[in-house]
Design a protein around this ligand. Sequence first.
Ligand SMILES: C[S@@+](CC[C@H](N)C(=O)[O-])C[C@H]1O[C@@H](n2cnc3c(N)ncnc32)[C@H](O)[C@@H]1O
Length: 238
Amino acid sequence: MGGKGSGFPYDRDLNERMAGMVIRTDKLKATLKARRQQAVTAWTFFQQWLKAPLTTAAISPSSKELAAEMMREVPKESGHVIELGGGTGVFTEALLDHGIPGERLLVFELNETLHMHLRTKFPQANIVCADARELPRIVEAANFCTPGEVDVIVSGLGLLSMSKELQQEILEAAFAVLSPQGRLVQFTYGPTCPVKREVMRALGLHARRTGFTIWNVPPASVYVIKKSVAKRVKALRV
Ligand SMILES: C[S@@+](CC[C@H](N)C(=O)[O-])C[C@H]1O[C@@H](n2cnc3c(N)ncnc32)[C@H](O)[C@@H]1O
């Protein structure tokens, strides 16, 4: 009855095994809870896609693997960071985990339901229900920072399904708030940079493909878009 040769009146091995079982049950409960939350989030996102497929631009939230590829292009020492199209918050969570403090993170989400979801999930961050085209106005209205002081914009927007005009309006607004060395980190499901060539040329931008993951639905590439050096020099001279 006692533990091996211990003389202890109860079976120590059995005690330890039972304690181990309790820990495993707790882990299982936590995993099931996380899975249930993921399923609810994916369902919320899918419902929004049914209502507005073009604006939502994806049938399921971005994967953690894609978020990790995006974060590789966000310097940890970044000052002010903006996220466009927060959706269910996969990139928001990754940015906070990456070390960007909530007070230096401003998230734009156009969809009211997803905006409320983000606000509940990330009370520590600045979350606005606003259009990315309004970037300069909102950055000032929210007292976030002075336009021109933003280091990084992480975009979850579905640029690929947008018209040339809409792309140009959004990118113009983005580069109006970014610092001269600032960068826009964008993902795409397409084989090339999702910003149309005319828009890149008109705004003096260049893009570099920095990552790819097959672990996303659909698989996605990451691009870093910046002002071309010639345009930056010209802007400094003016
Ligand atoms: C592809 S989803 C983002 C996915 C997000 N990374 C996630 O994992 O949930 C694009 C999001 O951008 C939002 N959106 C689309 N156009 C927008 C705009 N002009 N301004 C701000 N948000 C916009 C949509 O409502 C949608 O939530």
